[in-house]
Write a protein that binds this ligand. Structure first.
Ligand code: PEP
Ligand code: MN
Length: 338
């Protein structure tokens, strides 16, 4: 990690980048408010460190022992902010709510869900077109048709779209219609998919694998960052535990742990952790209080008729109530619900 001096010029930063490339190494630049840091990827030797530390404008060269250098807070000390669409930002002061149905089922269903969440001030519509279902006999999503519906309904209401991509070959298609690509828990360690998502200019929401450690999760994020896409956010959605009362156990401790280890924005999905709508509000409020940068919440106009995850989906009225409470909790911890 090359820490540039506070007064380093753009030309000096460029000279450092040229030197790094000349040495056959890859670099990523982080422009902070106070100084620029250049992350160099590769196994450095003493002579490389010497060559780089002698360049003009370089304050110091630090060896980083992380397995996830680009994701680490050392590389980018300030909280990172990702822009999903015009004025819709994830990370920083606000808590961004993303809400909508588990899956896109029909135009009418999506329209009703989108209107219900937009009425509460939500600016990001979620909804799966490609669904990773545990059973092959259940609803698998509308595929491309679902993507088109998402885009049309979101555009009518001025919303951004986050939706899951299941396979590397679908990344371009999903990126053409969505503002943010979601990588599901079941695919957190699908390295080809992570690499494919690094190739497109779209932010990525990387969900935690249900049996993955924080370290494994950060290394998965590193695949996307190292591939050249620095717009990565993490999403805690619960992990497998011995407790059958809930679908997954929400690891609320991952919020402060990740805040220390990384400056990537962190979203919490209370819906897939809870598995039941009654538990969703309490978990969502806890996440906001703990410091999450966003919430990903399932909302269905008629949960009893949902083709997937109806039991954990909030009705429009339950969602409206949650938003009111979440706004107050956010304010209590010095943030604004967006
Ligand atoms: C989803 O968001 O609908 C989903 C499938 O979530 P997860 O990957 O966390 O199970
Ligand atoms: Mn779901």
């Amino acid at each position: 990690m090359i820490v540039m001096a506070a007064q380093a010029t753009p030309e000096q930063v460029q000279a450092v980048l040229d030197k790094v490339r000349e040495l056959g190494l890859a670099a990523e630049v982080s422009h902070g408010t106070e100084r620029t840091v250049v992350g160099v990827l590769g196994h450095e030797t003493e002579s490389v460190v010497d060559a780089l530390s002698l360049l003009e404008g370089v304050e110091r060269v630090v060896r980083v022992l992380h397995d996830y250098p680009l994701a680490s807070r050392d590389f980018h000390p300030q909280d990172r902010v990702i822009e999903l669409a015009n004025g819709v930002r994830l990370g920083g002061d606000g808590v961004l709510v993303m809400a909508g149905p588990c899956a896109v089922e029909s135009r009418a269903q999506l329209q009703a869900a989108a209107e219900a969440v937009a009425a509460q001030g939500v600016r990001v519509l979620r909804g799966g077109a490609f669904k990773p279902r545990t059973s092959p006999y259940t609803f698998q999503g509308l595929g491309e048709e679902g993507l088109l519906l998402l885009r049309q309904v979101a555009d009518q209401l001025g919303l951004a779209v986050v939706t899951e991509v299941l396979a590397p070959e679908d990344v371009e298609l999903v990126a053409a219609h969505a503002d943010m690509l979601q990588i599901g828990a079941r695919n957190m360690q699908n390295y080809r998919l992570l690499q494919a998502c690094a190739q497109v200019e779209r932010p990525v929401l990387l969900k935690r694998g249900m049996s993955s450690t924080v370290e494994e999760w950060l290394q998965a994020a590193e695949y996307i960052l190292a591939g050249g896409n620095l717009q990565v956010a993490l999403c805690e959605r619960g992990i497998r535990s011995f407790e059958p009362a809930v679908r997954f156990s929400l690891d609320i401790t991952s919020v402060p742990v990740l805040k220390r280890l990384t400056s990537l924005p962190l979203v919490v999905d209370p819906s897939h952790a809870a598995g039941r709508h009654e538990y969703v509000p309490a978990i969502a409020l806890a996440a906001v209080a703990a410091g999450a940068d966003g919430l990903l919440v399932e909302v269905h106009p008629k949960p009893a008729e949902a083709l997937s995850d109806g039991a954990q989906s909030l009705s429009p009225s339950a969602f409206a109530e949650l938003m009111g409470r979440a706004r107050r909790v956010a304010e209590a911890v010095g943030r604004e619900l967006r």
